[in-house]
Design a protein around this ligand. Structure first.
Ligand code: BG6
Length: 276
C-alpha cells in the first residue's frame, strides 16, 4: 500500500474513502446521494503536498504559524505520511508519526496525534492530540472540510446567526453575523465562541448537510470566489461554484494549550438529509 492507496469504507450502501497521506478523507457518499465532499479536478496527489478537497487535517497551527512566517500555512499534518493503525469495514485509524519519535522538526513539543474515521449513518472524523512532553503544548487545528454543493451562490449556511466572526478579508475585524450566510463574494471568516451545528441548505441538490462538532469553539467558512481561485494552481477557475468549506476548528481565540499528559479531541460529524 502506498500513501495514496485509497482505503474504502462501507456501511450498508454508504461509502467513504481515505488515504494515509495526510490521513485525508477524500470521499463520502451516503447511500443514494451525490458526493457530500468535494475534491478539485486539479488536486495534487504528491508527497509533501496537500490535497485540495475532502478533509485536510490542519495541525498543529491553523493559517500562518504564530511566530515564524517562514513555516508553511496550516501546519504540517496535511502534507505528511501517516501510519495506518487499523482498518475495519467501516472505520480506519491513523497515527501521525511512529510512536517512538513523538516529535517533528517544525513542531515545538512532543506529541501523539491520531485520526479516526468512522462511517455509519454519518461520517465522523476525530483528531486527537496528546502532549507526551514535559512542557505545555500549544496548538490550533482544523478539520478543513470541503463540501460539494449544487451552486454555491444559491446555498444558505445556517446555525451561526448572532455569532461574532473574524473577517480575514477585512483586517481581521470582528463582526456580527446576521441571518444565514450567503456566498456572493470571497468569504473567509473565523466564527468564534461557537459550538453550534452548522447546516448547508442546498436547493439545487435538494439536501441539507449537517455539520456537528465536539471539542471546537470555532468554525471557518471559506469560499475563494473568482480572483483567489485563479491564484491557486490546484483549483479550477469555475470550481468555486461547486464547493464551500465549513471547517470544524480550534482557531484564533480557540487555541488549545495541553499540559503534560493532557489530550484533546477535535471531532466533526457530517450528515446529509433531504431538504426540509
Ligand atoms: C482556509 C483559510 O481555512 O483555508 C483561508 O481561512 C485559506 O484563508 C484556505 O485561503 C485555503 O488554504 P490553503 O493553504 O489550503 O490554500
Amino acid at each position: 500500500m502506498t500513501q495514496f492507496s485509497k482505503i474504502e469504507l462501507n456501511y450498508h450502501d454508504s461509502k467513504a474513502s481515505v488515504v494515509p497521506h495526510g490521513a485525508h478523507v477524500l470521499d463520502y457518499h451516503p447511500a443514494g446521494q451525490p458526493p457530500v465532499l468535494w475534491t478539485s479536478q486539479l488536486a495534487l496527489f504528491q508527497d509533501g503536498k496537500a490535497i485540495r478537497g475532502g478533509v485536510p487535517v490542519i495541525w498543529p497551527w491553523f493559517g500562518s504559524h504564530p511566530t515564524d512566517a517562514e513555516k508553511s500555512s496550516h501546519g504540517v499534518a496535511r502534507n505528511m505520511a501517516w501510519q495506518v493503525l487499523g482498518v475495519t469495514e467501516s472505520a480506519a485509524s491513523f497515527s501521525l508519526l511512529p510512536a517512538s519519535e513523538n516529535s517533528h522538526p517544525l513542531v515545538d513539543g512532543r506529541f501523539e496525534c491520531q485520526l479516526d474515521v468512522i462511517l455509519d449513518e454519518a461520517l465522523t472524523v476525530k483528531l486527537t492530540t496528546k502532549n507526551v512532553g514535559d512542557s505545555p503544548f500549544k496548538m490550533t487545528a482544523a478539520l478543513h472540510s470541503y463540501f460539494h454543493v449544487g451552486d454555491a451562490t444559491q446555498i444558505a449556511i445556517k446555525g451561526l446567526d448572532g455569532r461574532t466572526y473574524i473577517d480575514q478579508l477585512d483586517s481581521n475585524q470582528r463582526k456580527l453575523q446576521q441571518g444565514p450566510i450567503q456566498i456572493d463574494q470571497e468569504v473567509d471568516r473565523i466564527y468564534i465562541n461557537s459550538t453550534d451545528t452548522v447546516e448547508i441548505h442546498d436547493p439545487v441538490l435538494g439536501r441539507v448537510i449537517e455539520i456537528q462538532k465536539e471539542g471546537s469553539l470555532s468554525t471557518v467558512v471559506w469560499n475563494p470566489w473568482i480572483e483567489k481561485s485563479k491564484r491557486m494552481a490546484d483549483f479550477g477557475e469555475q470550481e468555486y461554484l461547486e464547493m464551500v468549506c465549513v471547517e470544524t476548528c480550534n482557531a484564533a481565540d480557540d487555541q488549545r494549550t495541553l499540559v503534560p499528559a493532557e489530550q484533546h479531541s477535535l471531532l466533526t460529524r457530517i450528515f446529509s438529509r433531504p431538504n426540509d
